[in-house]
Design a binder for this molecule. Sequence first.
Ligand code: ADP
Length: 396
Amino acid sequence: MKILVLNAGSSSLKYQLIDMDTQAVLAKGLCERIGIDGILNHSTEACGKLKFEIDMPDHAVAIKAVTDALLSKEHGVISSMGEIGAVGHRVVHGGEYFNSSVIINEDVKKKIEECSALAPLHNPANLTGIMACEKAMPGVPMVAVFDTAFHQTMPSEAFLYPIPYEYYENYKIRKYGFHGTSHYFVSKRAAEIIGKPLEEIKMITLHLGNGSSITAIKNGKSIDTSMGFTPLAGVMMGTRSGLIDPAIIPYIAEKENMTVDEVNDILNKKSGALGISGVSSDFRDIEEAAKGGNKRAQLALDMFEYSVKRYIGLYATVMGGLDAIVFTAGIGENNISLRENLLTDMEFMGITVDSEKNNVQGKEAEITGAGSRVRSFVIPTNEELTIALDTQKLLG
Ligand code: ADP
């Protein structure tokens, strides 16, 4: 069976067509600037990377562009739409409705829409992608895979905020957590490498990318995670502040004569590593600037490292021990010095790192130091494959 995995954003649509027999990616790509003009980036092994300018007024047209590319005689990989057995959709927010992936029906769509209030930038786009796909591929079964589902196992003491309880009851204000598909994928893979059931391992997974989150996984379940009600919480990120004193928000609003929404925008888009360094949100640019002597760039790197390291201590404590640490996503997979620094001076927790083994980028590797009780790994995340596997499992 071939499964199409779709990740719809507000003006973008990422896709992968995966052959489930071999788990090979037959084609992948990205529609950009939907609703503006439209660019399709499409790649296959045979054709390499291709770029087309295609007018894409909405997601339905973007999906048509994707299926046309997949069917194309020149750069396609299938000869008829019948070859696509199912579609797996990434959906950011499943609220408290979904603790696992589900086959999409009218009720599921209604619930995704209800959760839009909790993820106004993402869920409406995800839903648009689903509906456009239903139109383009009538009858093809579709599955929704939620970023929040894996974290639904958190106990109430971890997911509730100490604010009036009615806000949870009335408005569903609680910690949800995100990147669940990635945390789940890398934790499962780490357990395979260790050779023990995930249920017997206490693990911290660090998804460090443009958006970053850290999860404590005990008995195979997420018991706490750094992102919260929204993906703004937790560690410092590329442009997001992560954890700050909430009283700062009205204070900035008053000083800068801004609305709360405007401050929220600053915290989401102009803070984090970008806000501190003033250079970029991309850690490669920041590292380069720091090497060139830019002190604020170095400060951004130090602050990021500090904000991540705190979670290692925190989550080892709440789990009552630690067996494994896993690094993933753009920074986790590629930033050698950050990993080294994070795992240095951690002997008291039974953690050391092997600098030579740690000299690795974008590849699966064990980086555990000699005599280290806690094992550490770099595991490239593969959210698309996880979505495809869940889709296949649900459709039997
Ligand atoms: P997103 O959250 O958008 O999916 P990614 O997981 O792609 O983000 O991570 C983006 C971050 O990863 C950027 O800060 C970038 O600097 C960093 N990164 C990506 N590739 C490399 C690399 N080869 N070397 C160092 N850092 C990298």
